[in-house]
Design a protein around this ligand. Sequence first.
Ligand code: CTP
Length: 235
Amino acid sequence: MAQDLAGETVLITAGPTHEPIDPVRYLSNRSSGRMGYALAEAALRRGAKVILVSGPTALQPPAAAETIFVETAQQMRTAVLDRWEQASFIIMAAAVADYHVKNISPEKIKRKAALELQLEPNPDILADLGSLRHATGKRSPVLIGFAAETEDLLENARSKLTRKRVDAIVVNDVARTGIGFDSGRNEVTIVTPSEVMAVPEAGKLEIAQKILEAALRIRQQQVAPVPASTSSADL
Ligand code: CTP
């Protein structure tokens, strides 16, 4: 395996988040964490230092990764913001819950006729990183997000790309059965501002390698010399 990530630090988020309702219940989603863990393994094999910020999963993280376990989106955000400046590549594979419960009950909620949960939006960690990077005026680190779509895949991915100011969006078609969430296999489309790359169905480790190859290509394009005819206003 080419050691083309030697000397690089890759920060990866993985898994779902758990947003507590009371001491024994939470809101979450079907993410198994396998895609993020496969990315961590793949990056290690290419020689990278890996920081894995993981929501709750049943998986064993690669021993060589520095793994930070979190539960909520807020904890994931703190863990990522504390470390993002160390990274040359950031890949956000976590399926972060969009909402947290505002009225968390300190006691276990007893069964009653009806129960109202007040949900508040969680911070968007990927968009926050996109803005932070934009504010520094730098293109580094390479920033890649995921999107789970059931319809208008490319259109939605392109809009996320711009809205979150990221370099690429890896789109999962979650309407397809047998791949994606909770499966060892996946099929994705990697969307950048200039390219659409279809990655055919394969095991998640193989898909992870393709995503890393795309990340390396993005980095090469970023450091490529600017053609003499391009004015600085285009940068
Ligand atoms: N993400 C994040 N923080 C959030 C929500 C999402 O960092 N609070 C990241 C995820 O890790 C992923 C990407 O943003 O990389 C997913 O974006 P999102 O807008 O949640 O996409 P979908 O899951 O496709 O959901 P929707 O289209 O409903 O917005």
